[in-house]
Write a protein that binds this ligand. Sequence first.
Ligand code: 6CS
Length: 348
Amino acid sequence: MNKKNITYVLLLIFVMAIASGCSTGANAGEQIVWRFGHEEVRGSIQDAYALEFKRLVEERSNGEIYVEVYRADEIGGVMDYLEFQQKGLLAFSILNPGTTATTIPENNVFYNHFLLPEKDADLQELFATSEAIPMLNKLNEENDLKVLDWFYEGFNAWTADKPIRSPQDFRGVSIRTMASPLIVSSYAAYNANPTPMPYSEVYTGLQLKQIDAQVNPVFAIQEMNFYEVQDYLIQARQDGFVASLVTSPDFWEGLDAETKAMVLDIVPELNDFVFKFQDQLNKERLDIIRSSGNIEIIELTEEERAVFREAAMPVREVFLRSVGEEGAEILRILDEDAQRIIEKNKDN
Ligand code: 6CS
């Protein structure tokens, strides 16, 4: 969005917010409206999460609160949503580190390749128990984002117009990534030419051959039709797509104790819901992609993955250079906890 449009939308939301009580309270009998933004399209994982949040909040507030969901590009791009959320113009949002780490680099910790557990249950346990999470949330709060939940949308797969089995194969490949500098550095370390561009422009970029490849979870590759304009889908399981439910500290502080308790009760239910939902959706959508016969699916061997792992390790230094001592500690604790959980649950 250009600056003029952003100002217009901000103004419009601000006026609507005041007019309808997009905040903590309303006069007796008035319905409270909570505006909820997310980064994806209808039918996506973030949309399912937002709709489940809406259902539970409306039900448990006995209809006193109405949740209005805004999807990707409905009132701005993902960077606008980050700005709206930090300014308190949205009550809640789902934002991923590819977006938020542009202003809070520590959030990139999750996008260090070959760091997080590959089993969903291990990852869910890591988010629920690691001391690194409250440390990270504190840094977010200092940047006007109160994180209520971290969740997962599936591993990130590559699609490309050629098979990719080693970092050598990435030479000369323009791969679209999200804007976060760590993601860009990760693909540069694999010899690719990382090319950030908005999510909504990726399909056309691939179709017009402005870019040769992109990276996203399987469900997104299906719903954004990337598989129709690419020849190979490559599963290296180098990292996963993480997202957060966030609100604004000021908005949160303005809620009464009962409403806060209602939301805090809902969050773990949503976390369980979305971990199951993403697993099912990613499987279903991989089947759709496979049965289209449109694209060859490549699963890298452990030996092939080991070469990528080695190429990815120096990028941890890039992460460390982008954060302070707290960020370094967050990475250290998360890594240690991930290894401990993987080891503890290896026979499950
Ligand atoms: O690649 C992206 O930019 C986006 N991918 C997903 C799956 N969700 C939102 C994000 O903006």
